[in-house]
Write a new protein. Structure first.
Length: 336
């Protein structure tokens, strides 16, 4: 069984083919960052138009790489939400049309569910049930993953997502879009203890997150310096990163204690952050547990996680034969 996966929820066109025995046989991502960075963020209409241009050539490329024809596909999985509605509609319309033309089922995939399952693409993978920290540009969530399709949200951000906190601070430091990875790079040469920033929500019980107060404090701190020397910028970046990472790590530790789970998965764009990985690894060693994460390229948006989620659903007999295409800008994870 070959499953084609299509991801178009934001500014990456991702496609991949997953085979039940061979695993991932081909994948490609086209990132719109070069185009979108001129505008300092994602312009939804431009994102949709670019997906329309990219999707077909990318799929042709991976069919060649996988050495199969489209007639050997058994199903088409596409991201149905949450995300930018126009961008989602391009992938959904394409996926549904291809499914109809080939007379094969389609599977509407929840973008966050796919991120949660991405670590299962690796050789060293967790077993259900496990805890998951989902940290992306739009979401920060602690999820108890009980089994495929059964997710309990233990905590989430009450305001900004962790990725947003990285991106907004990066902008204050005059780093280009998307600032998260650049801020992390800059932080490597800075002192994480140079400035004492708040560790949000740690003084309160529960597993929710909040990053807007930290962002405001960082902005105030940055504004007290009329000139930002490279050393000062690095120290500010390292201190902000440390505050974000510490609050994520401590909430994960609380969730470990609460659930008694010994496996922690991190997924979503911010899970590429090396400081976060190191500090979570140290915490999990202390707790006698194991940390799992996707390879770097599958932390951010990609088609492989969609193809894999589609394959998992097909195995369970979850697919759609109707002609109605699904695209939802908002879609709670608990409603998959
Ligand atoms: O999962 P993703 O690709 O897209 C969403 O679904 O949001 O996540 C993108 C987010 C952005 O905020 C980006 O700045 C952040 O992940 N990000 C990072 C790193 N790499 C990506 N943040 C911190 N450190 C990184 N190394
Ligand atoms: Zn994502």
């Amino acid at each position: 069984m070959y499953v084609l996966g299509i991801e178009t929820s934001c500014d990456e066109t991702g496609v991949a083919i997953y085979h039940e025995f061979k695993g991932l046989v081909a994948h490609r991502v086209f990132s719109q960052i070069e185009m979108q960075k001129r505008f300092g963020g994602v312009v939804p209409e431009l994102a949709s138009r670019d997906h329309v241009i990219r999707i077909l050539p990318l799929i042709k490329e991976i069919l060649i790489e996988a050495e199969i024809t489209k007639h050997q596909l058994s199903a088409v999985a596409y991201t149905a939400g949450p995300g930018l509605i126009g961008a989602l509609l391009t992938g959904a319309a394409f996926g549904k049309t291809l499914g109809f033309a080939l007379n094969i089922p389609t599977i509407a995939i929840h973008h966050l569910e796919a991120h949660l399952l991405a670590p299962l693409l690796e050789a060293n993978k967790p077993q259900f049930p496990f805890l998951a920290l989902l940290v992306s540009g739009g979401h920060t969530m602690l999820v108890h993953v009980l089994e495929l399709g059964h997710y309990r949200i233990l905590g989430e951000s009450l305001d900004d997502a962790a990725g947003e906190a990285f991106d907004k601070t990066a902008r204050l430091l005059n780093l280009p879009y998307p600032g998260g990875p650049l801020l992390a790079k800059l932080a490597e040469s800075g002192n994480p203890n140079a400035y004492n920033l708040p560790r949000p929500m740690l003084d309160r019980p529960g597993l929710d997150f909040s990053f807007s107060g930290l962002k405001t404090k960082a902005a105030q701190l940055i504004n007290t310096h009329p000139v930002l020397s490279p050393e000062l910028k690095a120290d500010l970046a390292a201190s902000v990163q440390e505050a974000i990472v510490d609050s994520l790590v401590l909430k994960c530790q609380r969730a470990i204690h609460q659930t008694q789970e010994k496996q922690l998965v991190i997924a979503g764009g911010v899970s590429a952050n090396l400081r976060l990985r190191t500090k979570l690894q140290n915490m999990m060693n202390q707790e006698g547990g194991m940390l799992f994460y996707p390879r770097q390229e599958f932390c951010t948006d990609n088609g492989a996680m969609i193809a894999y989620a589609g394959f998992m659903k097909m195995k369970k007999g979850i697919y759609d034969d109707s002609l109605a295409l699904e695209a939802k800008a908002r879609w709670p994870l608990t409603e998959v």
